[in-house]
Design a protein around this ligand. Structure first.
Ligand code: TMP
Ligand code: ASP
Length: 235
């Protein structure tokens, strides 16, 4: 497979054609944004680390029966994925209150949620990704009720698998965001799973090992991403 022309450039990744319409070539960038692009910067080696971490998670999920768009790694910062018709709904799963949930509901960050919370956001940069519910998703024809039921089921299973895998590595999975899409009619997990799209806290010190270090100017951002990679792979 070959890397052909650029088809799309997002905030953290570039997507290229491959010559085969069923596959895309994805390049992970070091660029980082937050607050819907208001804050911009770069995190050294982030592209490489997020590509490696995402590939690791997608492989691990596949071993646990959860299929994704991931096909294979092509280089330190590149992977080939199946072409998806993206469902424009971001799915957030939360185990512990943090970020926007802590703010919206007036909970202290770190409060354990006695019940897992699943939220949906409409993927729209112009609107700033507003939170939506199942009725909004139906009213806007973003996905069918059957697709949403399956998406919720997969998201909760991803949570179970990731959470126990990370716990063995002394990491707490606070929350994370998933995206889904259709490949030849099949619903698959898409996008990435990395410290850009998850919150990971050290189990013992509660140190943040994710993009909140960039969002909140906490320093040692690259070191945090590298530490997640090290805990997962030993490298
Ligand atoms: P939030 O607390 O800011 O709503 O974020 C919840 C989770 O979703 C957190 O793990 C970070 C992730 N996330 C993204 O991947 N992309 C985004 O644009 C936002 C706002 C959050
Ligand atoms: N990636 C999102 C953005 O730039 C937000 C975030 O991750 O905080 O806008």
């Amino acid at each position: 497979m070959q890397k052909k022309e650029l088809v799309y450039e997002g905030k953290a990744k570039k997507v290229f054609r491959t010559g085969n319409p069923d596959y895309y070539w994805v390049e992970y960038k070091d660029d980082a944004t937050a607050f819907n692009g208001l804050k911009k910067g770069t995190i050294a080696n982030k592209g490489e680390l997020n590509n490696r971490i995402s590939a690791y998670f997608f492989r691990m999920l596949a071993e646990n029966g959860i299929d994704s768009h991931f096909v294979e790694e092509k280089s330190d910062r590149e992977m080939v994925v199946k072409a998806l018709q993206i469902i424009p709904v971001e799915v957030v799963v939360r185990n512990i209150a943090a970020g926007s949930l802590a703010k919206r509901l007036g909970l202290e960050e770190g409060t354990i949620l006695p019940h897992t919370v699943v939220e949906y956001y409409y993927k729209s940069d112009e609107l700033g990704d507003p939170m939506i519910n199942d009725d909004h998703i139906r009213a806007l024809s973003l996905a069918t009720p059957e697709q949403m039921a399956r998406i919720r089921e997969i998201a909760l299973k991803v949570n179970d698998v990731l959470r126990s895998h990370l716990a063995e590595r002394e990491l707490d999975l606070i929350d994370f965001k998933l995206e889904f899409g259709l490949h030849k009619g099949e619903l698959l997990l898409g996008d990435e799973i990395s410290p850009d799209t998850c919150r990971f806290w050290d189990k013992n010190t509660r140190e943040k090992l994710d993009k909140d270090r960039f969002r909140r100017d906490l320093g040692n951002v690259e070191e945090a991403y590298r530490e997640v990679y090290r805990r997962l792979t030993g490298r």
